[in-house]
Design a protein. Structure first.
Length: 60
């Protein structure tokens, strides 16, 4: 294990933002996201992304 890295930090790589339409749908609310439609994986709109970050944030 590499001691230089903090084990509490998770590498949450975000997809690159789309330059224009078509945009992917949010998997939770079906609103338009900032990500291209061709992105493979879970896409969240800014509101759901913020709410998910609040749910998973460390409380310490």
């Amino acid at each position: 294990m590499n001691e230089d890295r903090d084990p509490c930090l998770i590498d949450a790589t975000r997809p690159s933002q789309a330059a224009g339409p078509p945009y992917a749908e949010c998997v939770l609310c079906r609103e338009r996201t900032e990500y291209p439609e061709s992105y493979k994986g879970i896409t969240l709109c800014p509101v759901c992304e913020w709410q998910e970050a609040q749910r998973t944030a460390c409380s310490g």
